[in-house]
Design a protein around this ligand. Structure first.
Ligand code: SF4
Length: 64
């Protein structure tokens, strides 16, 4: 399973980087950067990030 952010929706508010800092971070220019792959124990934090994202821009894709 991988995480994917729809950048046409993302407004770089950064809540995801607070909820799941191992996966999401804001760069020096305030733009979201993230890694698609993640270990199994990261999933709960990514789900938290999905919940707090104000524009619901975070998705999971791939094998369940
Ligand atoms: S919380 Fe949502 S809108 Fe904010 S940076 Fe993350 S993906 Fe983008």
């Amino acid at each position: 399973m991988k995480v994917w952010v729809d950048r046409t929706l993302c407004e770089n508010h950064g809540q995801c980087a607070i909820a799941a800092p191992s996966t999401f971070e804001m760069d020096d220019e305030g733009i979201l950067q993230y890694t698609e792959g993640f270990p199994a124990d990261e999933l709960e934090y990514i789900e938290d990030a999905m919940d707090v994202c104000p524009v619901q821009a975070i998705f999971l894709k791939g094998d369940q």
